[in-house]
Design a protein around this ligand. Structure first.
Ligand code: HEC
Ligand code: HEC
Ligand code: HEC
Ligand code: HEC
Length: 197
């Protein structure tokens, strides 16, 4: 009996592990390739107009520096995990945003990695739709859209109020309140009327 329970627990742990860690972040630049045409609603362009696309810039302002000092952070806000966790894409996770050293940036051999990292700054698509490595191909995306591929199996998600609240909560130094309906209306980026569905 004990062995059976252990086996079941192990199986459950394996499933949880697969769900949480097996998909890597690929950056907003990747999503942009297929989601910028006006005909399909230009979700990239719509996102660019929101505060989410500027969340990194906000960590470089005087207001941010003041908060960092008050909190006694050792590094500037834009290099502190305490702030980056909600202001970038995939902080501390596979394929996610990292603080790069000046040496790393200066080395031309790293140009591609630096560009990808830049595209992971701010709150990118993947913070609401899931890390993209498992679903970024056209075939899989179409399968999700048509309902022939289960979103979970490839790490894709449709965000809900709970997704927003992973960042819009009292741990944010500026938090006042979060009204999902009103907030969502400001950041949604729908397909044009009548698009395929
Ligand atoms: C190679 C092209 C391609 C890339 C790259 C791509 N997508 Fe898509 N995506 C599609 C296609 C095709 C569809 C289906 C609808 C359509 O025809 O545009 C789709 C649909 C979606 C949908 C709607 C799903 C639904 O069921 O309503 C979301 C959300 C989405 N993509 C997010 C993303 C995100 C986030 C990324 C980056 C990690 C991304 N896509 C990268 C091609 C792509
Ligand atoms: C990964 C963290 C994160 C998630 C998830 C997130 N947000 Fe945000 N959101 C932020 C940050 C950080 C800002 C501040 C951006 C800035 O620097 O101005 C912000 C700002 C906003 C703003 C004000 C800026 C604007 O463009 O009007 C709205 C509205 C908003 N978010 C709505 C939402 C909604 C709705 C969801 C869920 C569907 C959501 N957010 C999910 C981190 C997040
Ligand atoms: C729990 C997630 C979270 C953490 C951690 C976080 N922020 Fe934010 N930050 C947000 C959200 C969400 C917003 C949008 C305002 C709101 O609804 O709280 C925001 C907004 C801001 C803004 C205002 C942007 C503007 O111009 O309106 C600044 C500045 C800022 N954060 C700095 C920081 C600093 C500095 C830290 C680290 C000490 C930090 N944040 C940590 C989620 C977070
Ligand atoms: C703050 C959270 C958030 C961010 C960031 C975000 N999305 Fe979305 N997205 C949503 C929500 C909420 C919906 C509507 C419900 C759903 O289908 O997930 C949506 C819907 C979509 C749809 C389907 C539109 C429709 O009418 O059904 C596409 C395509 C899409 N997003 C692509 C993107 C791309 C590409 C990016 C980055 C450039 C992005 N999203 C960034 C939350 C977000």
């Amino acid at each position: 009996m004990k062995t059976l329970i252990t086996t079941l627990l192990l199986a459950a742990a394996t499933i949880m592990y697969a769900g949480d860690f097996s998909f890597q972040y690929v950056s907003t630049k990747t999503c942009k390739m297929c989601h910028k045409s006006a005909k399909k609603g230009n979700q990239y362009g719509q996102w660019l107009e929101t505060g989410h696309a500027k969340a990194m810039e906000s960590l470089k302002t005087e207001a941010a520096a003041k908060i960092a000092t008050e909190k006694g952070l050792e590094k500037p806000a834009y290099e502190s995990g305490e702030c980056l966790v909600c202001h970038v894409t995939g902080w501390g996770q596979e394929g996610g945003y990292q603080v790069l050293t000046d040496e790393f940036i200066a080395d031309e051999a790293n140009a591609k990695a630096v560009k990808k990292n830049d595209a992971l700054a701010s709150v990118g698509c993947e913070m609401c739709h899931g890390a993209g490595k498992g679903y970024k191909s056209k075939k899989i995306m179409t399968g999700i859209f048509d309902g022939t591929i289960k979103a979970d199996s490839v790490g894709f998600m449709k965000s809900t109020e709970e997704t927003c609240k992973t960042c819009h909560n009292e741990k944010s130094p500026n938090f006042k309140e979060f009204d999902f309906e009103a907030s969502n209306a400001k950041v949604i980026h729908p397909y044009p009327e009548g698009f395929r569905k």
